[in-house]
Design a protein around this ligand. Structure first.
Ligand code: NAG
Ligand code: NAG
Ligand code: NAG
Length: 471
């Protein structure tokens, strides 16, 4: 069954993906309750946790870097038949929750401003004056994506997500948003890529947490659901989950196969080493022509026209689209297409349901792979949700790498399951928090951040944002 996905929506989404949330967390003062006992009575095991608690307690007290580590999970919503996936964050004092697209393809956090002049109809907006902790940075913010742009100003405030909090997260409050960029109830976007591509130049929320040691393990992991082939699909469905600080082993089986992020940390960029369609492999060049940004904020999969064309050569009856379908390929809906991508050695197959981006007539379908000629410094491939629905994906901070694993039966069971409730925005309790300004990721103070020339990175960010992003 194919969902009647409106084309305007389809195109809007395929061009608005690259979005990612930022991390903000604060350390909480809690420490392990210790039983009073003579040191001699402690077992070796107890000695370990005692020592750790002592260290954490002292470092907390004297403002050291070691903080309580933790883990957390946010449930997501699948919007408009797999077009986008969003989750909730909370901003301010008192905290107010907002739904934001979770985007590993960009690095800025922004939300609609309560003084929004255009583009914020029917979405919750942030009233900066209602938060006692909001700090106006008096700096303008501007971001351009293929499907539009958003602009406003920068500020900082407490931002919470998945049980983590960053006390002074810098983000944008946008008062001008292009029409159609925000689809109710989504109020903004949380960029989850690296700081070097942030238009705001601020440390992203996730990176503040990862570099600040707030996570047990320096990973974020996604499970995305599939509803596009469910004839009963509603505009909002259960979207899966994102975990921070751990991987949820009930959602995957086997090993997580990691591939190093290539180049300086910008996008979650890895080398694509294999591509097949209908069992035939399309040979790929090595090096940057096969670098792929792994992007939860992009609906489909974009790549160089030469290689995209070769995919469709393997599919009977496929032809290049024109007019509105320029850059896309059309193929008979009754053809089951098997395809796969490989990163580092292992092949990951894409279900035939995900190979279909949408149905355009009684018998014709659009393929999920489209021409993306980013040129120059932008990633050659943008691998979005059409692929990511087929795997458990892990974004590891250190060493910077992207991992994939096979989804478990439990994870697969959520696909097309209309009985799983759509999560609503929540403001959970905070298990761990960091201060963004005290972190290593903040650049100049320690050599830990990016070493690439700012000009090149800016061009890269603008190049891809201009094709795919939206504010
Ligand atoms: C920040 O302050 C400036 C004036 O300095 C004002 O124009 C702007 O609206 C304020 N921004 C926010 C997000 O409150
Ligand atoms: C949707 O696609 C998946 C994977 O190809 C398949 O297992 C499932 O049966 C499909 N569901 C429907 C309703 O067609
Ligand atoms: C792991 O995933 C399962 C299945 O979705 C869920 O029930 C469980 O709560 C998750 N665990 C954590 C710690 O989030």
């Amino acid at each position: 069954m194919l969902s009647p996905l409106p084309l305007s929506l389809l195109f809007a989404l395929s061009t608005s993906a690259f979005v990612i949330p930022k991390p903000d967390a604060q350390a909480n003062g809690a420490h392990l309750p210790l039983k009073r006992r003579s040191p001699k009575a402690r077992s070796f095991e107890e000695m370990g946790s005692w020592a750790r608690a002592q260290r954490e307690h002292l470092s907390m007290k004297y403002g050291g870097k070691s903080r309580k580590r933790s883990t957390g999970t946010n449930l997501m919503v699948n919007q408009n038949a797999d077009s986008s996936y969003y989750g909730s964050i909370a901003i301010g004092t008192p905290p107010v929750s907002f739904d934001v697209i979770l985007d590993t393809g960009s690095a800025d956090l922004w939300v609609a401003d309560s003084n929004c002049r255009t583009g914020c109809d029917n979405v919750a907006t942030f009233d900066t004056s209602s938060s006692s902790s909001f700090d106006n940075k008096s700096t303008s913010f501007d971001i351009t994506y293929g499907s539009g742009q958003a602009s406003g100003g920068l500020g900082s405030d407490v931002v919470q997500m998945a049980g983590f909090s960053v006390s002074d997260q810098v983000f944008a409050v946008c008062d001008q948003v292009s029409d159609g960029l925000l689809t109710s109830p989504v109020s903004g976007l949380l960029g989850l890529a690296f700081q070097s591509i942030a238009s705001s130049k601020a440390t992203p929320f996730w990176e503040a947490l990862a570099s600040g040691g707030a996570w047990d393990e320096s990973v974020m992991a996604f499970q995305l659901t599939r509803f596009s082939n469910d004839s009963q699909v509603q505009s909002l469905e259960y979207g899966g989950s994102v975990s921070m600080g751990f991987t949820n082993d009930t959602l995957y089986t086997g090993d997580i196969e990691y591939t190093d992020v290539v180049g300086s940390q910008s996008y979650w960029l890895v080398e694509m080493t294999g591509l097949t369609a209908q069992g035939n492999s399309v040979s790929l060049p090595s090096g940057s022509d096969s670098y792929a940004a792994i992007d939860t904020g992009t609906t489909l999969i974009g790549g160089p026209s030469e290689y995209v064309a070769k995919i469709y050569e393997n599919i009977d009856g496929a032809s290049a689209g024109s007019g509105d379908y320029e850059g896309y390929y059309i193929f008979p809906c009754n053809t089951d297409v098997t395809s796969s991508l490989a990163f580092g050695g292992k092949d990951w197959s894409i279900s035939s349901a995900d190979f279909i981006a949408g149905q355009i007539s009684r018998s014709e379908c659009l393929g999920a792979f489209f021409d993306l000629d980013t040129g120059g410094s932008a990633p050659a491939w943008i691998v979005g949700d059409s692929f990511l629905k087929n795997v458990y994906s892990v974004f590891r901070y250190d060493p910077a790498s992207v991992g994939f694993a096979q989804l478990s039966d439990t994870a697969l069971g959520y696909n097309g399951d209309d009985d799983t409730p759509v999560p609503s925005a929540t403001i959970g309790s905070v298990a761990a928090q960091v201060s963004a300004t005290s972190l290593g990721g903040q650049s100049d103070t320690n050599g830990a951040s990016v070493s690439s020339p700012a000009g090149l990175l800016a061009a890269l960010a603008v190049g891809v944002a201009a094709l795919l992003g939206s504010c």
